[in-house]
Design a protein. Structure first.
Length: 28
């Protein structure tokens, strides 16, 4: 299902964002 792929893609993007955020600027 497209929703499942979308969810996986969002999870991966969130992981990358978190990693980059820790190395640079983190907004939480």
């Amino acid at each position: 299902t497209g929703e499942q792929i979308k969810n996986m893609a969002q999870g991966a993007a969130d992981s990358v964002k978190q990693t980059l955020g820790m190395g640079g600027q983190s907004k939480k």
